[in-house]
Design a protein around this ligand. Structure first.
Ligand code: 5GP
Length: 346
């Protein structure tokens, strides 16, 4: 099997995908059609050219936070949100994903409350499990650029949703513009969620901020996202790097996202290599497959080609990722990946 097919066929797990950043061109066209047919204003003329941040784009990580409002204007009703969720789940499934933890920030809109936002995504996941051979779970997001009171409210909503839908809602995460907000301010909300049984993942080290990285690692999240500026090569310190290596907290790595936002100069110098060689668990993820025009199989292929990994090592990346999923279905997911490995004797 050539590498493209191999990366596509390999059962994979997606653990870091933001719903509104994952909308493909085709999904956005469906949503635009829905808004036009329903006589709703989608409030955006800005479209793909602005939404998608490709390799040669001059925008950076900070600019990238502007583009999500384009997707948000297309997911403001329960119907549109359901369409966006269902189509996105189908695309991950078609790409060979066998387990996904999709994340999203609940929003009050003109047409729905935050509670309805959560209910809508949960119901789509429940329905999709009836016809897709992919398990899907929901991580609720806190946006760190919103006031702390909003984060507290989202944490309470996450706890209530976890009690209501323990088979679907699995975690709480902190994301949003990393230069805004102080991590310590979110600790009480995150702690309450953790005590209620939710798993926690934090966007950590997206920008150079060694103090915050140390605070986050001390909090002992179940996973972290990106981890770009933890190694001294990228503005981290010996302390941040050794704290991560000692903690062995798994890192959700998003290669194309980091390269396209210029958080990393290029694929060759991506910190995947440092993490992999140091034995820190790494999970290959897409982040925002719509914004960065990628797919999970594409990320696996790029990783294999850039770091010269043979098929056995690539398959092992997927198998190892199964150990870090938040739902209590590790065995089922491991079996799917292992069966593929056994079938092709990799
Ligand atoms: P949503 O939560 O609305 O489904 O997805 C979009 C949101 O995810 C953005 O508004 C932002 O808060 C968060 N997000 C998406 N990509 C990134 C990223 O690369 N870094 C950070 N820190 N947050 C992100």
């Amino acid at each position: 099997m050539d590498l493209n097919n191999f990366c596509h066929e390999l059962p994979k797990v997606e653990l870091h995908a933001h719903l509104n950043g994952s909308l493909s061109r085709s999904t956005m066209l469906h949503l635009k059609r829905y808004y036009a047919d329903s006589g709703l204003e989608d409030k955006t003329n800005a479209f793909f050219d602005e939404f998608q941040i490709g390799a040669g784009d001059c925008r950076n990580l900070s600019d990238c936070f502007q583009v999500f409002s384009i997707a948000h204007s297309l997911t403001s009703t329960p119907e549109a949100l359901a369409m966006a969720t269902t189509l996105t789940l189908q695309e991950f499934h078609s790409d060979g994903c066998c387990y996904i933890e999709l994340r999203s920030t609940p929003r009050n809109t003109q047409y729905m409350t935050k509670e309805q936002y959560v209910d809508t995504i949960v119901h789509c996941m429940q329905k999709s499990s009836l016809h897709l051979s992919m398990l899907s779970r929901f991580i609720i997001s806190i946006n760190r650029s919103y006031p702390v009171a909003e984060a507290e409210a989202i944490a309470e909503l996450a706890i209530a949703s976890y009690k209501k839908y323990p088979d679907v809602v699995v975690g709480l995460e902190l994301s949003g513009e990393p230069t805004i907000g102080k991590f310590q301010d979110f600790v009480p909300a995150l702690t309450r969620a953790r005590e209620a049984g939710l798993k926690i993942t934090l966007h950590c080290g997206e920008v150079c901020n060694p103090e915050e990285i140390i605070e986050m690692l001390k909090f002992k999240p179940d996973r972290i996202g990106h981890g770009t500026c933890i190694h001294p090569r990228f503005g981290g310190t010996n302390d941040t790097w050794s704290a991560l290596c000692a903690s062995k907290i798994p890192v959700e790595v998003c290669l194309t996202s980091n390269v396209n936002t210029k958080s990393t100069p290029d694929y060759d110098s991506h910190h995947f290599k440092d993490l992999y060689e140091a034995g820190v668990p790494v999970i290959i993820c897409t982040d925002d497959k719509g914004v960065f025009t990628t797919s999970l199989s594409n990320e696996y292929r790029i990783c294999a080609e850039t770091f010269n990994l043979d098929q056995s090592r690539v398959a092992r990346l997927s198998l190892d990722a199964c150990q870090h999923i938040f739902a209590d279905v590790q065995k089922t997911v491991v079996n799917k990946v292992q069966s593929f490995i056994d079938k092709y004797n990799i």
